[in-house]
Design a protein around this ligand. Structure first.
Ligand SMILES: Nc1ncnc2c1ncn2[C@@H]1O[C@H](COP(=O)(O)OP(=O)(O)O)[C@@H](O)[C@H]1O
Ligand SMILES: [Mg+2]
Length: 236
């Protein structure tokens, strides 16, 4: 049984339906990508899962329906969302942001150990631990956003365009750290990424969305072998 399953999910903003029918599944510990052009519905698909947009269809997590639950309840079940734009709390320090990620936890020693783990994963944050998040570079803010999501000890991480606006070398180091996190934690991941070359370093399979529908799905190797994927997403 998949950890997360979406079947024929539709979503609307007010009267405007933007997801027509999206289906996908993420196995326990797996990493699945969502590719697609701007406006295809990638972000809305993540919002449908985390409970921040109105949906129809079927969304199950760990065998139970989560469709219609609010974002707090979805988070409490073990789904952490790193949104587009990162959601960093700028007026707080790096350490405070990490602690906010752990707000549902009571294990003080575990929280302290996981803050240390985040600093090991993202060494650049080490010297910034007491700085305000507003003073961080874009790359450091993205690292902090991933670290904050990890602090909740989720079973599934939703990651939206982690490379957006970052220099290529920074984006690569963010993805290298996410890959290490996946290996070491076993957290399942659903990854929206425009930069398919980066995404394919991490994901096992992907679906391509077009106008709110699945246009293509397959394993990473299958997709990388398709001419239309190479032309549209891999620069050749
Ligand atoms: N808050 C919103 N209100 C109305 N329409 C929106 C809103 N957010 C996104 N949309 C529209 O929904 C469609 C899908 O957007 P989105 O899921 O953000 O796409 P993607 O992440 O693939 O670029 C687009 O046409 C976009 O303009
Ligand atoms: Mg988006």
């Amino acid at each position: 049984m998949a950890l997360l399953e979406l079947a024929d999910v539709r979503a609307s903003y007010g009267p405007v339906q933007v997801l027509e029918s999206v289906s996908l599944s993420v196995p326990e510990g797996g990493a699945v990508g969502i590719l697609g052009a701007n406006g295809a519905g990638k972000t809305t698909t993540l919002r449908a899962i985390s409970g921040t947009v109105r949906t129809r269809g079927t969304i199950t997590f760990d065998g139970r329906s989560i469709r219609g639950l609010g974002p707090d309840r979805v988070a409490a079940l073990g789904i952490a969302h790193v949104p587009e734009g990162r959601g960093t709390l700028m007026q707080l320090t790096v350490r405070e942001n990490l602690r906010v990620g752990a707000y549902v936890r009571k294990d003080r020693k575990g929280i302290a150990a996981d803050i240390d783990y985040c600093l090991d994963l993202f060494p650049q944050l080490h010297s910034r631990i007491s700085s305000s998040a507003a003073a961080l570079s874009g790359g450091e803010q993205q690292m902090l956003a991933v670290g904050r999501a990890f602090m909740a000890r989720p079973r599934l991480l939703l990651l939206d365009e982690a490379s957006l606006g970052l220099a290529p070398s920074t984006a690569k180091s963010v993805y290298d750290a996410i890959g290490r996190l996946r290996k070491e934690s076993g957290i399942a991941m659903l990854i929206v990424e425009q930069n398919a070359n980066l995404a394919f370093r991490l994901i096992d399979s992907a679906t391509v969305l077009e106008m709110g529908r699945n246009a293509l799905s397959g394993t990473s190797d299958e997709l990388k072998g398709m001419d239309e994927i190479r032309r549209a997403y891999l620069g050749g």
